[in-house]
Design a protein around this ligand. Structure first.
Ligand SMILES: *[C@@H]1O[C@H](CO)[C@@H](O)[C@H](O)[C@H]1NC(C)=O
Ligand SMILES: *[C@@H]1O[C@H](CO)[C@@H](O)[C@H](O)[C@H]1NC(C)=O
Length: 298
């Protein structure tokens, strides 16, 4: 099995990697057949429940493919994972070129009246993100036109403090498609998971094959800039294609409905499996970097 393929099995957002060998393709196919759902174990979202959710689109063979999620943080900017911006990961797809806001069901056109599809003006990758390393997996998309805020499109606030209270958060995503044969499909899902001690994820990264681990991590997971979250009993998780989307909490701050505390970065093992939490970017650590580009005050 080649390295990229192993990486793709282990890393959220990579399952469609064109470099996988047939055996791996088959095992992915099998997972789908036995009903792996994205935002595993969650429930469908209602219209206008997550108005800050963005789908990030890539063009391949003249068609748009929605492969990542993101969070609208003001009228011009979407926060996402660095690995969702560039073609180093979605090699066959090129760079992120479109953002879609205000849509729940990316496949159905029934709710399209509320959707806003906007061109990407600029992709900003955190300067310390070094693919395929998993550190500093944070990026911004600047929109060519400002988003128009309404009931279905609203920005989320940034979580600015290190502590996350309560110690549960919601992951939201479409579980966007990784295969053209499965194009589109997804309705927005949400699931509530536990914020865990970083060691819960470290024990898993310590178990993986050394050459792979060296590709993903030069040192341990970093508590200051990463969050470990999941449900240790299994059954609930973010999954491939949820990459870049928010881990969020309800806000008590005035003028904020929700705060984005994390960005879906990578998972280890099968989605929703027992004792396999996933790793999220810790948004509070990057607030100064985000503010510098967006002028967001909170
Ligand atoms: C946030 O609030 C909504 C209702 O507005 C509720 O349905 C949801 O469960 C809350 N989420 C958390 C993580 O408490
Ligand atoms: C702040 O943003 C400007 C562009 O708006 C950029 O040129 C500069 O490198 C950024 N500084 C940091 C520390 O990120």
């Amino acid at each position: 099995m080649d390295k990229f393929c192993m990486l793709s099995l282990l890393t959220v957002g990579l399952l469609h990697d064109a470099f996988c060998n047939p055996q791996v393709e088959r095992s992915i196919e099998m997972k789908r057949q036995i009903g792996v759902q994205h935002v595993f174990g969650g429930r469908l979202a209602l219209p206008s429940e997550f108005p800050h959710l963005a789908a990030i689109g890539f063009i391949r063979r003249f068609k748009l493919h929605w492969l990542c999620g993101g969070t609208l943080i003001n009228e011009r900017f979407v926060l996402t994972a660095a690995h969702c911006l560039e073609d180093n990961r979605y090699r066959a797809y090129g760079k992120a070129v479109r953002v879609r806001l205000g849509d729940i069901d990316l496949k159905s056109s029934a709710d399209d009246a509320f959707a806003q599809q906007i061109k990407v003006l600029r992709r900003i990758t955190h300067p310390d993100y070094k693919y395929p390393m998993t550190y500093h997996d944070v990026g911004l998309i600047e929109l060519e036109q400002p988003a128009a805020f309404n009931q279905f499109v609203q920005p989320a606030c940034l979580h600015t403090t290190r502590d996350i209270m309560p110690s549960q958060a919601q992951v939201v995503g479409w579980g966007l498609t990784e295969k053209e044969s499965d194009a589109g499909a997804k309705k927005l899902n949400e699931v509530t998971i536990d914020i865990l001690n970083i060691e819960r994820c470290t024990v898993i990264t310590d178990r993986i094959d050394k050459s792979l681990r060296d590709m993903l991590l030069s040192e341990n997971l970093l508590d200051e800039s990463m969050i470990c979250a999941g449900v240790l009993a299994g059954g609930k998780d973010s999954c491939s294609g949820d990459s870049g989307g928010p881990l969020q909490i309800n806000s008590t701050r005035e003028g904020c409905r929700v705060e984005v505390v994390g960005i879906v970065s990578f998972g280890l093992g099968a989605c929703g499996a027992v004792n396999t939490p996933a790793v999220y970017v810790r948004v509070s650590h990057y607030v100064p970097w985000i503010q510098n580009y967006t002028n967001i005050l909170h």
